[in-house]
Write a protein that binds this ligand. Structure first.
Ligand SMILES: CC(C)(COP(=O)(O)OP(=O)(O)OC[C@H]1O[C@@H](n2cnc3c(N)ncnc32)[C@H](O)[C@@H]1OP(=O)(O)O)[C@@H](O)C(=O)NCCC(=O)NCCS
Length: 165
């Protein structure tokens, strides 16, 4: 597994088209969401510490190297919004998601962000559990956000570093 690692991504519009296809496939397989190429390329994700791709360096630069991603963006003055977060099923439950989450929280803290929010399908209990354990709560029910049914907006604080006593 030493070949698998998180790397920083470029803006979606700057990804090679074969990589955008790999992103579309990842979203479809792991979240059930079908995104058109234009929808992927127009996602307003800057190149920053909250734009991460999980890649298998053995396969890189082939787009088959893409094993996951976490795409987030600064949101309002003090927030971060996660627009997409998915790991290939064969690599789920191994700590890769937590690693990216922790990296994002540290980066967000550096940028003086105080909250994180995202949208998740109501049926996606496993992802909600991942977010609940990390301090997020359902704030809003989203009736018309997902074609497949109800969604939730979840939100929580960016953990601040505790000073030791
Ligand atoms: C949600 C997701 C990004 C988490 O990433 P991950 O790499 O699987 O997470 P980790 O291995 O770091 O595990 C984190 C936690 O989830 C649990 N978990 C993750 N995958 C699991 C699985 N397949 N089965 C059971 N538990 C699982 C772990 O036990 C762990 O517990 P903790 O939260 O108490 O620490 C990933 O599972 C995923 O891509 N899911 C499908 C796509 C999706 O639902 N995305 C979110 C859309 S909003």
């Amino acid at each position: 597994m030493v070949d698998i690692q998180w790397i920083l991504g470029v803006e979606p519009s700057q990804l090679p088209s074969e990589w955008r296809e790999a992103v579309q496939d990842l979203f479809l397989q792991e979240t059930g969401e079908a995104y058109a190429d234009v929808s992927v390329s127009s996602l307003p994700i800057p190149a920053w510490e909250g734009n991460m791709l999980l890649v298998d360096m053995k396969l890189y630069p082939d787009p088959l190297a893409l094993k996951g991603l976490l795409w987030s963006l600064p949101f309002l003055d003090h927030g971060v919004r996660i627009a997409a977060f998915a790991i290939r099923s064969d690599l789920q439950g191994m700590g890769w998601g937590s690693k990216a989450w922790n990296h994002l929280m540290a980066a967000a803290r550096t940028e003086q962000k105080i909250f994180v929010q995202l949208e998740v399908k109501a049926a996606n209990i496993r992802a909600q559990q991942f977010y609940r354990v990390r301090g997020l709560e359902v704030k809003t029910h989203l009736e018309n956000y997902y074609q497949s049914g109800l969604g939730f907006m979840m939100k929580g604080p960016i953990p601040q570093i505790r000073t030791s006593k």
